[in-house]
Ligand binder design. Structure first.
Ligand code: ZN
Length: 180
């Protein structure tokens, strides 16, 4: 079976603002195909994560696929993982601000406060319950994608519009940081 690249919906599409439904049948072929298609789509888009609502599927499922790429040169490498019906069950008191972007909000970056560490539960694509701890950038990806399942996007969490910049200015900032 060949994975398909799915069109990504953008800010303004009402599906991005819906609360997504729990996934009932993980072994169901359309669910498994959606996972494969999301993995192909996030890889092709230079993303580090993608949630089903971003391809107009209002289901509680996302992919975390951190790896260094053009959009996130400093991202840690991990195996792309499908997380189904995920939940944050505990979190650090420490909150850190970091730059985020979103495939559904092209051209904009924002400094977003997120928990530094989280403990999560989800069901994997084989239907097995998983419990894991994530810190730093991967914890940030999880929180960003988890928000998508509740109709929340990163610009909702930016503390001030001053913390929002264009992609072009973000790239300049990163180039300057790399020289330090
Ligand atoms: Zn996003």
């Amino acid at each position: 079976m060949v994975a398909e690249l799915l069109p990504i919906i953008e800010l303004g599409n009402p599906t991005l603002r819906q609360k997504a439904s729990f996934v009932e049948d993980i072994h169901h072929q359309p669910t498994q195909k959606l996972i494969d298609d999301l993995m192909a789509t996030v890889a092709k888009s230079n993303g580090v994560g993608i949630a089903a609502p971003q391809v107009a599927e209002s289901s509680r499922l996302f992919i975390v696929a951190s790896r260094p790429n053009q959009r996130y040169p400093n991202a840690p490498e991990m195996e792309p993982t499908a997380m189904i019906n995920p939940a944050i069950i505990a979190h650090s008191t420490e909150v850190v601000k970091g730059w985020e972007g979103c495939l559904s909000i092209p051209g904009i970056r924002g400094l977003v406060p997120r928990y530094e560490a989280i403990e999560v539960e989800y069901i994997d694509r084989n239907g097995k319950p998983q419990k894991q701890e994530f810190t730093d950038f991967v914890a940030r990806i999880f929180q960003h994608e988890h928000d998508h399942l509740d109709g929340i996007v990163f610009i909702d969490r930016v503390e001030s519009t001053i913390d929002m910049i264009t992609e072009q200015e973000y790239q300049k900032l990163m180039a300057k940081d790399a020289k330090k």
